[in-house]
Ligand binder design. Structure first.
Ligand SMILES: NC(=O)c1ccc[n+]([C@@H]2O[C@H](COP(=O)([O-])OP(=O)(O)OC[C@H]3O[C@@H](n4cnc5c(N)ncnc54)[C@H](OP(=O)(O)O)[C@@H]3O)[C@@H](O)[C@H]2O)c1
Length: 295
């Protein structure tokens, strides 16, 4: 199967490294005609849309760049979807679990077809893209949540939490990137339609991430714990961040199982500790171009 990855940012590059047989397009797409030209150039069997606007240095940027955010996260996915529909090609679009804020109606977590309650420009634009694409055949939406990498770099959620002097203790779903790339690949191979929550089952508290960091990486690490309200009132972020737990029922229905979040966290932190000791850092070779989820 020939896979085309559109977008060579952080997530697109991770997928490209894991799938040496895939091709990546870094062409900026502004119209259906441009998207069709990219499809005709590469002749893929399936497309992963890893292009989008996440805000630099973080998602707060989107609050004052609304149109760029809407173009990248609502209009661009529709453009790419239209091109794929016209060419009869399966599309897997990367969505975000950040569209859900707080406690879910079902105590087990937010389900794939629950109506979301996005609170900021980035998450509203992402959800608008989902609402449009979920009506189309031959399209999958893979929502990821708090991607965690075993490779140290400034934007990794592990590095970010470890360097913050003040941290909120919230509970979240987690997507370990090494698992995510395998799930994306299976979804592309199966040309699976519908919405998928690509998150390791279970949830993780920030306190558990830090405890494991102190156990395996740096026993001298110190931080202060603050509330979610303090985060905004102390001016540490412009808008409240999303915390949520996702249920992944649709993946299981098609025979895709991810390892539990607790197991994935420990394995990732062990690998992270090893790489950090070896001095590996994605920032050094310029591979790290984005922040892990800060919405
Ligand atoms: N990183 C996370 O924590 C996270 C969490 C949940 C969901 N996601 C989703 O995952 C996707 C990829 O995010 P990422 O973290 O990999 O972000 P990223 O590193 O910023 O990569 C996004 C890529 O899309 C490209 N792009 C933007 N507009 C484009 C256009 N019109 N045509 C073609 N390419 C375009 C960007 O190019 P330029 O660099 O030239 O702008 C960049 O290379 C996004 O949809 C994001 O919402 C990410």
């Amino acid at each position: 199967m020939k896979i085309l990855i559109i977008g060579n940012g952080y997530i697109g590059t991770k997928c490209a490294k894991a799938w040496p047989d895939a091709v990546v397009s870094d062409k900026i797409i502004n119209s259906v005609e441009e998207a069709i030209a990219v499809l005709e150039e590469h002749q893929p069997d399936a497309v992963l849309n890893a292009a989008g606007i996440v805000g630099k240095p973080n998602v707060d940027w989107c609050e004052t760049h609304q149109l760029e955010t809407i173009k990248g996260n609502t209009i661009l996915p529709i453009i790419i979807a239209e091109a794929c529909q016209k060419k009869g090609i399966y599309l897997l679009h990367i969505g975000s679990g950040c569209i859900f804020y707080g406690a879910s109606p079902d105590p087990k977590g937010w389900k794939e077809d629950d109506f979301a309650n996005p609170g900021v420009v980035y998450t509203k634009a992402k959800y608008a893209g989902d609402l449009a694409l979920m009506t189309l055949p031959n399209v999958g939406i893979a929502r990821i949540r708090m991607p965690m990498d075993s490779i140290p770099f400034g934007g990794n959620i592990i590095d970010k939490l470890a360097k913050y002097p003040k941290i909120i203790d919230v509970e979240n779903s987690l997507t370990v990137i090494s698992d995510m790339v395998q799930v994306f690949r299976q979804l592309l191979e199966k040309k699976a339609p519908g919405i998928f929550h690509v998150a390791n089952p279970g949830s993780i508290k920030h306190k558990e991430i830090i405890a494991l960091y102190e156990e395996l990486v740096d026993p001298s690490h110190k931080n202060e714990w603050i509330t979610e309200d303090d985060l905004v009132s102390e001016g540490l972020v412009a808008k409240k961040r999303s915390s949520n737990i996702l249920q992944s029922n649709n993946l299981v229905k098609i025979g895709i199982n991810m390892r539990p979040a607790q197991e994935a966290l420990r394995a990732t932190m062990e690998e992270y500790a090893k790489l950090k000791k070896e001095g590996v850092n994605l920032d050094a070779d310029g591979s790290a171009r984005a922040d892990s989820c800060s919405c």
